[in-house]
Every structure is written in structure tokens, then in C-alpha cells.
Design a protein around this ligand. Structure first.
Ligand SMILES: *Cc1c(COP(=O)(O)O)cnc(C)c1O
Length: 228
């Protein structure tokens, strides 16, 4: 079955309206919630459309792909904001620090160390989030919930890096709510205010649990079309 062919602009208006409605129902200022348009694997024409209607915050999960797509645009569009939401290898840390405004996927000390070095070298200072593996899944990146407090302390004491947010990707086969609640609890007790959680299927739930940043891909752009 074909999904209805909504234009990019209609899709975005719909998502923004849903964000607003959910925020207001929770007594939260809708302006305090950032919509990250997850542009990975999306065709260029959709990106152009999305830029044309004013969307400025984008999420990518691979450094190389993000650089190819956004490197030049970053020079041309001063208010463009790029967020890395996929795993980062230490040997790509410098490139990531140069390109991204926010790196959401700090998940080990060695990576924090590489980022600290890259920050010194480049003079760039992206905002940093720690990824938490709330579902304690073997195949998923992120710090285990029981280890986050120590990890945050170590990052500050060893590398003097400031962490401003937490990010999680709940298991696909479980209700997301308890994972969002757990992430917020960890953030609260560590004095962290920003929470990146919620995707196409559950961003409203995430807002209900205090998300400040939602990462929406397919509901915004349409289904990702894998490269042949
Ligand atoms: C791909 C991706 C998203 C967006 O997923 P959709 O279900 O298409 O909204 C969000 N977060 C991360 C980390 C992703 O890799």
C-alpha cells in the first residue's frame, strides 16, 4: 500500500503542529522543543525542499555522508545546525568537531579524549550529549544507565568537557515511555537539562517525558530510499 503523497511542507507543518499540541498539553513552551530533521539517506531534492521551507536543524548518523551533504552548505547557510546522532569513531573525531554543532553520541572515555584533543586543535567547541543505552542492549551503543553518573564525572575531571544533554534510542520491541522516563531521571540527578529522545513513531511520547530535542526522519521526509 502506498502512503499518501504529502508534500514536505505539509509533513513538516503536521509534525510541528503535533509538537506544539503535545507541548501545550504538558504545560511546556513549544519553542523550547527543537525539531531535528534526520536527513540521513534522504535524496537531495527532499533536502532542498526542506531547506526552502526554513528547516535549519538536521541530524546525520555518519560523518562522511554528512560532510558530503552539508560541508559546503554550512558555509552558505549561517544558521544551519548539524547534529551527529550516529556512532563516532575516534579517528573521525576531528572531522566531526569541525563539522557538527552538536555531537549527541559520546559513549566512551576514549572518544571523549579524542574530542577533547580535537576541540583544542581546531578551536571549535560543539555541544556534547552522552548516549545512554537505556535498554542495556548488547548491539547498541551508549553508556549503561548504572554507569552514567561516574562517566559524566570522569569526562569533566579528565578532559574538562562540558556535557549538556543526554540521548537515547529505546529498544524497538518495547514501549518507549519507560526508557524516556529513565533518561530524564538520570539527567535530573546530574543537573543536565537537554534530552534528545523520540523519533517518528514516538516523539509525542518523548515530549510527554520531557524531551527537548526530537529526532524525526521518515515522518518528515518520507521513507528513506536506500542507495542501490
Ligand atoms: C534514523 C534515526 C532517527 C530517525 O528515525 P525515524 O524513525 O525515521 O524518525 C532518529 N534517531 C537516530 C539515532 C537515528 O539513527
Amino acid at each position: 500500500m502506498q502512503t499518501p503523497d504529502l508534500s514536505i511542507s505539509e509533513r513538516r507543518a503536521d509534525i510541528l503542529a503535533r509538537i506544539k499540541k503535545t507541548a501545550l498539553s504538558k504545560g511546556v513552551d513549544p519553542q523550547s522543543i527543537t525539531l531535528t530533521a534526520v536527513s540521513k539517506v534522504q535524496p537531495e531534492n527532499r533536502i532542498e525542499d526542506m531547506l526552502a521551507i526554513g528547516q535549519r536543524v538536521y541530524g546525520e548518523n555518519r560523518v562522511q555522508e554528512a560532510f558530503e551533504r552539508w560541508g559546503e552548505r554550512k558555509q552558505q547557510i549561517p544558521d544551519l545546525k548539524l547534529r551527529l546522532i550516529g556512532p563516532l569513531q575516534t579517528n573521525k573525531a576531528e572531522e566531526a568537531v569541525r563539522l557538527f554543532d552538536v555531537i549527541e553520541t559520546i559513549d566512551r572515555l576514549k572518544l571523549a579524549q579524542s574530542i577533547a584533543k580535537a576541540v583544542q586543535k581546531t578551536g571549535k567547541n560543539p555541544e556534547l550529549f552522552v548516549q545512554v543505552n537505556t535498554g542495556e542492549e548488547d548491539q547498541k551503543a551508549g553508556i549503561l544507565p548504572g554507569e552514567v553518573d561516574d562517566f559524566l564525572k570522569q569526562i569533566v575531571s579528565e578532559f574538562s568537557l562540558k556535557i549538556s544533554g543526554l540521548m537515547c534510542i529505546p529498544p524497538v520491541d518495547e514501549p518507549a515511555g519507560p526508557h524516556f522516563a529513565l533518561l530524564r531521571k538520570i539527567a535530573n540527578r546530574n543537573g543536565i537539562s537537554k534530552l534528545s529522545m523520540g523519533m517518528s513513531s514516538d516523539f509525542e511520547t518523548a515530549i510527554g517525558f520531557g524531551a527537548t530535542h526530537v529526532r524525526v526522519g521518515s515522518a518528515l521526509f518520507g521513507e528513506r530510499i536506500p542507495k542501490a
